[in-house]
Design a protein around this ligand. Sequence first.
Ligand code: PMP
Length: 422
Amino acid sequence: IRQLTDKRDRILGESYRLFYRNPVHLVKGKGQYLWDAEGRKYLDVYNNVASIGHCHPAVVEAVSQQMQQLNTHTRYLHENILNYTESILATTPAEIDRAIYMCTGSEANDLAIRVAKSFSGGTGIIVTQEAYHGTSELTSGASPALGSGQALAPTTRVVPAPDFYRLTPSDPGQWFAHEIQKQIDDMKQNDIKFAGFLADSIFSSDGVLPNPPGFLKAAIEVVHKNGGIFIADEVQPGFARTGDTFWGFARHGVVPDIITTGKPMGNGIPVSALFAKSDVLASFSDHIPYFNTFGGNPVSMAAAQAVLKVIQEENLQGHSRVMGALLLTELRRLQQKYRCVGDVRGAGLFIGFELVTDPESKQPNKALALDLIERLRDQGILTSVAGPYGNVLKLRPPLAFQAADIDWLVGGLDRALQQLCP
Ligand code: PMP
């Protein structure tokens, strides 16, 4: 371990960050389980990239078959990209009828912002307080999660996160819509034309804020009324994760103008997409070519097709709903038992477990959250924290998660909380 960390420190860029005081050296994965170099088994409660399970045989098979046959770019004809597009567009609202492929969520959001600008003729983008949308100039300029070292674009405006554990407006939807309207008004006063609202509907980096379902509806009406578009960043909630619906935005009963995806789409193969309404996309595509060397290649598309097939054939959406509800119930038992568990909330297998000093003050307890993930790691349970205060455990396992895994996780949490929060 020491040799590897020393070498990282010597030859990798300093921006890299490791998880854990005592880093984990993983060498193997299967389903929701991982193994380190010493053969120790871990439960993965964090990885939504290996969404259908680490090294899923259907993806391994599809990728190796296609890799042996051909891998090339989208300037030649190929069935894989067309077959996948037909399959995936069958899961989106009917108005969303065009697809473009790339390799990362950042690229998808970057293109989405460019399309929002050409469609609206504006430049102003609204995001939430702790949003993360990517690594490029445009997306990092719309990612307050990167902290004070990364300046936001002068055209980016930030609304408070919909944290209805701490904020208790009488009408959450109207409150959020009003916050959006305030930022659009502020743009107007500064001669910035509004282009769009970019949001991850589970507000993952804001601390996992899925509820109440439907609260986004009024906000999206305000976005449209003001000539902007809604870009649903589905990198986190998409692909059956939230249980109720295949896409996160659908829990809110809204239809986006653009959907962006990434992480879980290829179960680890770098593949991402932008799905859009044709009239919105045309405002960009009619004038500007888009070519992404690796995006949409036959191997990536084979991986994506295999992932979608497994989700549908194994009904992983239903499984996520059932397992997520079970896990929520168990975690709420811990909330009853320990005063430092302030809130437990989630949708499907995407759960936020919020640590506080006491339930009355709701004071965030980041130190406890950090100690807790270390204690969990010692029991072979891998997870991490999210949110503006870094005090929310983000529980987001591969969708293959089973009842026995819930026992492992909840038992581990119980033992750790007994020591840390007596
Ligand atoms: N959007 C969201 C909501 C994300 O969580 C991430 C990655 N954490 C991205 C975009 C960027 O995706 P990528 O790292 O694949 O570029």
